[in-house]
Design a protein around this ligand. Sequence first.
Ligand code: ATP
Ligand code: MG
Length: 191
Amino acid sequence: MFNLVIFGAPGSGKGTQSEKLIAEYGLHHISTGELLRSHIKQDTELGRVADKYISKGQLIPDELMIDILASELDAHPEVKGVIFDGFPRTIPQAQALKKMLAERGTKVHAVVGLEVEEKELIDRLVKRGIESGRSDDNPETIQARLKVYHAQTSPLRDYYMEEGNYKAVAGTGSIDDIFANIRDSLAGIQE
Ligand code: ATP
Ligand code: MG
């Protein structure tokens, strides 16, 4: 397998660049945000739990998130590789991912870190909120999400730097330029 993590703050463009990575490398997309939003839409039990956290800008508890991830992996055993988008978001999630992949004889080959200034992130999320109607894309929840990102998620940058597979990519400019930089950063990485 060839597995990538796409990493970055809320609004850094993980979903957008994932689409392009799927097309280029034929990978399976696991977006925890999209998965949870689809549960909320269908009003499942998980959706109702998730909504309480998401609408406040908080993270879903690690144990629950890790279980969801494991079942997603098991549901698609035949894939060439996976793009993890929105997971891991905490150190325990990263440790769990490492273990899950090791149990399946594989690993995280690279972590693409989209780096974007805070002001730009806020602009993008506010704009997206006007069109998306997402319950978490309003100014108050955006602030909460950025706080959570700094406290719980950004430490993963150092975690993956130490693991030796973190690839920093500037997340500003045109979508195609950013993607070209991602491709360059992944050149030469082998299964
Ligand atoms: P981007 O704009 O870069 O795609 P995003 O901040 O919009 O990022 P999503 O990945 O769509 O975020 O996630 C939306 C919400 O879903 C999060 O704020 C969080 O409440 C919940 N969530 C998603 N993934 C996780 C996770 N791995 N652990 C805990 N909660 C999560
Ligand atoms: Mg997203």
